[in-house]
Ligand binder design. Structure first.
Ligand code: PHE
Length: 344
């Protein structure tokens, strides 16, 4: 039996050496190691070997089985490598200048486009871009902005809290504080950025974008605020767009206002019927604004007797939805190409 095995191993080795391609190797594997292969047949004969010989013969047969299998695999791999190498060397590109036909140019996301446009408008009015952290402390997001402890206005912000008393900023207004802490008036800044609220439906997303504005100087008035916002609305939506200020409340501005623009869908004619955009009110809210509350100025060591300011917060999605007639905010975040390609 041991002699038979020796012979088989020698024959297999010889056959392996003369194998010239992958098919020959596979045939060899089947011939020896396949279900009806020669080595498999020998292994079956093992039962007829004397019991005291069996372990030795069995071990030898197994060794051959493992080694032969390994040798076939190794040769298959090396031939594969060789073949690929040859193919690489013989392949040549005939004309490297031919167009591939598959280039899909990317496009700037509509929210980014609208943000750029807003920033550009205020840039033209002398505002500089500022930036701040998205993970905030209670102090910057609330207290410094004159939200009293336990005031219901905090609940209205649907805050996401993270560890160690930190939170995801619910608006871009905390950047007002960061900037005023670092700088003295006069200042005019614009702050585009992501904000977070626990809110999710066709007009609300848990992450959305705002552009904050802040101007502080001596003798700034509400008329400056209104004139600035008027300029913005005209640049963004056109000369004849109606606009109105509605009294409102924010802890950090006094007085405060919400700003509406005439619904571009029904042209601000409140008597229109069935307008999906404005629900027949003829008006669409586009931003919150107001005169910086003296308490906020005091929190950053500005003298409220000497300085006044105004602030506003524009919802980028809101502006984009009105501009492009989009009624589901989630379209901005789905990443669906048929939607996004329309803004290329
Ligand atoms: N921070 C307010 C909000 O997110 C908007 C705002 C900004 C209002 C600045 C007034 C002044 O709702």
């Amino acid at each position: 039996m041991l002699t038979k095995l020796k012979k088989l191993e020698a024959a297999a080795q010889q056959a392996l050496d003369s194998c010239a391609d992958a098919d020959a190797l596979e045939a060899l594997r089947v011939q020896y190691l396949g279900k009806k292969g020669e080595l498999t047949a020998l292994l079956k004969e093992l039962q007829s070997v004397d019991a005291d010989q069996r372990p030795v013969v069995g071990a030898e047969a197994n060794r051959i089985k493992v080694e032969l299998g390994e040798a076939i695999r190794a040769k298959t791999e090396s031939m594969d490598r060789q073949r690929r190498q040859q193919q690489l060397e013989s392949d040549s590109i005939e004309d490297v200048t031919l167009p591939s036909g598959l280039i899909m140019p990317g496009a700037i996301h509509p929210l980014t486009q609208v943000t750029h446009r807003i920033v550009e408008i205020f840039h033209g009015l002398g505002y500089a871009v500022a930036d701040g952290p998205q993970i905030e402390t209670d102090y910057y997001n609330f207290s410094a902005l004159n939200f009293p402890d336990n005031h219901p206005a905090r609940d209205m912000q649907d805050t996401f809290f993270v560890e160690n008393g930190l939170l995801l900023r619910t608006h871009t207004s905390p950047v007002q504080i960061h900037v005023m802490e670092r700088r003295r008036p006069p200042l005019k800044i614009i702050v585009p950025g992501a904000v977070y609220r626990h809110d999710d439906d066709i007009t609300h997303s848990p992450i959305f974008y705002q552009v904050e504005g802040l101007a502080v100087d001596e003798s700034i008035t509400m008329a400056d605020l209104k004139g600035t916002l008027r300029r913005f609305v005209v640049e963004m939506f056109g000369d004849n767009t109606p606009m109105r200020l509605r009294p409102s409340f924010f802890p950090f501005t006094e007085p405060s206002a919400e700003v509406d623009m005439g619904c571009p869908n029904c042209c601000g004619k409140a008597k229109a019927k069935g307008c999906r955009l404005c629900g027949d009110s003829g008006w669409l809210e586009i931003l919150g604004a107001g005169m910086v509350d003296p308490a906020v100025l005091e929190n950053v060591d500005y003298d409220p007797e000497r300085y006044q300011g105004f602030a506003f917060g524009i919802g980028v999605e809101r502006i984009a939805m009105i501009l492009y007639g989009i009624d589901d905010i989630r379209l901005f975040y789905d990443g669906a190409l048929p939607f996004l390609e329309q803004f290329a």
